[in-house]
Design a protein around this ligand. Structure first.
Ligand code: ADP
Ligand code: MG
Length: 346
């Protein structure tokens, strides 16, 4: 007879590493968490420095509110968050994070240094955590108001996870995509991205239509705006604005498609279907349209918190949303299919 197995509590570090399996898949997922934290902190400028696709180094520096000295070590603990206090807060939460999982998870599978300074502090403070040895020793440091999170050697202590990482370029492409998606959600914030010492993206904060359009061009592809129709339609409490590419600017992959609901990027079957239908008779089979579209809806008519790491969304009146999207885009594209509109010449 085998001995009855004993029940034991997981150590906090092991619990964090297991949780990290959900949050931290690759450098891009770390970047998403760190940038969302910067945005939640009210940053107006975010600088991202990457080495070797983000596996060797991912450094995110912001000018947000910072973290107070006495909270610095706690911010690395699991279930530590400044964003909600009660279940009631969850109802109206408008921050990107609130689960208090990200920093704990990331620090359990990498070497993490957190340096921060609040507006009213006379100096900055720093903590360091490396894998299982949590060194939550707070030390003085030099840093302007804001926060820098430096993550090194992702998965150095979890070789099984490291094996799933792809080539440097692939990891970097994913990471860059995360920044592009957030940059289109937040025109008011400056984003800079450097890879192996070279500037890859330099997106200045954009406050007027011309500079917003310029950012869209930088994010999508050169020439997109010249071959795109601007859209801005409001109906039944729904607003849709942005740019839809002409059929002449279509792609062989669906890789330049950005759709936001209340400034959150979503990937949704209903939305995808409405757009596909609208383009149906102007695009050849196998071609994919390019678009950057923002839908604004009454927040009560939509649930965007379906799952924090997925891009799902749930509309209260999905039929109406589908018809609005299809109708608006179909009409906008009408001008580019004159041969189907006009009677054949006599
Ligand atoms: P969550 O974002 O879900 O609250 P995180 O683990 O991502 O959890 O972060 C924990 C806490 O650390 C946050 O609630 C916030 O108070 C603080 N924090 C993290 N990053 C930053 C930052 N860049 N600027 C200011 N505070 C931050
Ligand atoms: Mg967070």
């Amino acid at each position: 007879m085998t001995a009855l197995p004993r029940i034991q509590l997981l150590s906090p570090q092991l619990a964090n590493q297991i949780a990290a399996g959900e949050v931290v898949e690759r450098p891009a997922s770390v970047a998403k968490e760190l940038l969302e934290n910067s945005l939640d902190a009210g940053a107006t400028r975010i600088d991202v420095d990457v080495e070797q696709g983000g596996v060797k180094l991912l450094r995110v520096r912001d000018d947000g509110c910072g973290i107070a000295e006495q909270d610095l070590a706690l911010s690395l603990a699991r279930h530590a968050t400044s964003k909600i206090l009660s279940l009631d807060d969850l109802e109206g939460v408008d921050s990107l994070g609130f689960r208090g999982e990200a920093l704990a998870s990331i620090s359990s599978v990498s070497r993490l240094t957190l340096t921060s300074r609040t507006a009213d502090a006379d100096k900055a403070w720093q903590v360091f955590a490396e894998g299982r040895d949590m060194q939550a020793q707070v030390q003085p440091a030099a840093h302007p108001k804001g926060t820098t999170v430096e993550m090194r050697d992702l998965f150095f202590n979890t070789p099984a996870r490291r094996k799933f990482l792809r080539a440097e370029k692939t990891e970097f492409d994913h990471l860059q995509e995360v920044i592009k998606r957030l940059a289109l959600a937040r025109f008011d914030v400056t984003f800079n991205l450097r890879h192996n010492g070279k500037s890859v993206l330099a997106l200045q904060a954009a406050h007027d239509e011309a500079s917003m359009a310029r950012r869209v061009g930088q994010v999508c592809a050169a020439g997109f705006l010249e071959q795109a129709l601007p859209i801005d339609i409001e109906r039944n409490g729904l607003r849709l604005w942005g740019w839809v590419g002409l059929p002449t600017f279509s792609r062989s992959q669906a890789d330049l498609q950005y759709f936001y609901v209340n400034r959150r990027m979503v990937r949704d079957k209903l939305v995808a279907h409405a757009i596909r239908q609208a383009y149906r008779d102007v695009l050849y089979n196998g071609r994919h349209p390019v678009f950057v579209l923002f839908m604004e809806v009454d927040p009560h008519a939509v649930d965007v918190n379906v799952h924090p790491t997925k891009h799902e969304v749930r509309f209260r009146d999905s039929r109406m949303v589908h018809d609005f999207l299809y109708g608006t885009l179909h009409r906008a594209l009408a001008d580019v299919r004159p041969e189907q509109q006009m009677p054949p010449a006599a």
